[in-house]
Design a protein around this ligand. Structure first.
Ligand code: PLP
Length: 394
């Protein structure tokens, strides 16, 4: 099997060749420490500043509002823990949602153990958060609202502008985890009244282990990592210069290709959705039909166990991801699929396919042909399916 069709771009993406090329000299030639005073290191310092400008420009922010981190997880941890610590004298209540990434949910649980009260809002059947519910959840002691820009499993894009306006009106800080959305859809922090935003390089054809937290000027959340004076003393540690250069290049690339890429991915994605729903019976599309990331498709196939489906797809050279967390030692289905109201057995038979701009309709034909065969075979072995078909025949 030589064919590889990579449809797991929400998990991570290929580092773009121009990103790698931009990074290389920062390993081999410009390896100085940006904090050093001699001229040899000046190039590195400048390179870091330049990327800050590029990233800020992509968000409508100011360069000194961008703080480099080791990725989305760190940015999310920083936003929540440091806000909690800095504002606890004002209140100990945080609002978030049931469909956040574990980087937020587990940080919320940690804060609950520290005596904070966290409200996890429900979503509707398409995964949308209702801004009215956000407003209703606000209390006099609410210090932070954290709602993801777009969901990593079902691709639903949240009403961030409306939620931001509500947060501003009530004087509550607003953080958004934009790890999946940044680089895929336009984002402007001022238009959406975003106070903090997390993003990650490896989701937009940049390197892994680098990301940033946008922190609006004037927001006094605590410094996260203590040590040297890097990142205006808020996040200490020698800068990951090659990673930062790669992130900047990836952002530049993502912004300049966004419109064309999104149109292309949407067309192929819609072709995939239509074909799957038409050719594979007892199938449901998860996530909002239109308010969704251009490259995301998420299906539930009845009478199917997700892991078996993934392994069979893998044998055909197709990389996707399932909605269950069996690989992590738990048989619980995805918290996101449960939050949109799927019963356990249906959530278990879920498949997320996330495209990139290189995927063609011809690739999709190959994927659906294999998927249809695999699902047919798995259903033939399923006692549940057998019972169901017997009942149908009566
Ligand atoms: N938040 C969301 C929505 C994500 O999808 C991910 C990664 O999948 C993260 C946070 C964590 O990002 P990182 O892998 O850069 O730590």
């Amino acid at each position: 099997m030589d064919r590889l069709i990579y449809l797991d771009n929400a998990a991570t993406t290929k580092t773009a060749p121009e990103v790698v090329e931009a990074m290389l000299p920062y390993f081999t030639e410009h390896y100085g420490n940006p904090s050093s005073v001699y001229g040899f290191a000046a190039e590195n310092k400048e390179a870091v500043s330049k990327q800050r400008e590029i990233i800020a420009g992509a968000l409508g922010a100011k360069p000194n509002e961008i703080y480099f981190t080791a990725g989305g997880t760190e940015s999310d941890n920083w936003a929540l823990k440091a806000t909690a610590e800095a504002y606890e004298s004002k209140g100990r209540h945080i609002i978030t949602t049931k469909i956040e990434h574990h980087a937020i949910l587990h940080t919320g649980e940690y804060l609950e153990k520290k005596g904070f009260d966290v409200t996890y809002l429900d979503v509707d059947e398409n995964g949308l958060v209702d801004p009215e519910e956000v407003e209703k959840a606000i209390r006099p002691d609410t210090i932070l609202i954290s709602v993801m820009y777009a969901n990593n499993e079902i691709g639903t894009i949240e009403p961030i502008r409306e939620i931001g306006a509500i947060a501003k009106e009530h004087g509550v800080l607003f953080h958004t985890d934009a790890v999946q959305a940044f680089g895929q859809i336009p984002i402007n922090v001022d238009e959406c009244h975003i106070d903090m935003l997390s993003a990650s390089g490896h989701k937009l054809n940049g390197p892994k282990g680098i990301g940033f937290l946008y922190i609006r000027t004037g927001i006094k959340i605590r410094n996260f990592i203590h040590g040297g004076a890097q990142e205006r003393k808020r996040r200490a540690g020698t800068e990951n210069v090659p990673g930062i250069v790669g992130l900047g290049k990836a952002v530049e690339r993502a912004v300049s290709t966004m419109k064309e890429r999104a149109e292309k991915e949407k067309e192929v994605r819609d072709y995939l959705i239509e074909k799957v729903l038409k050719e594979i019976p007892y199938t449901k599309l998860n996530g909002h039909p239109t308010k969704r990331l251009p490259n995301n498709a998420n299906f539930s196939f009845r009478f199917i166990e997700g892991e078996a489906m993934l392994l069979s797809l893998d044998m055909a050279g197709i990389c996707g991801s399932s909605g269950s967390a069996c690989t992590s030692g738990s048989l619980d289905p995805s918290h996101v699929l449960l939050a949109i109201g799927l019963p356990h057995e249906i959530a278990h038979g879920s498949l997320r396919l996330t495209l990139n701009e290189e995927i063609t309709k011809e690739d999709i034909d190959y994927v659906v042909e294999n998927l249809s065969r695999i699902i047919g075979n798995l259903r033939d072995m399923s006692p549940l399916y057998e019972d169901f078909m017997k009942k149908q025949a009566k």
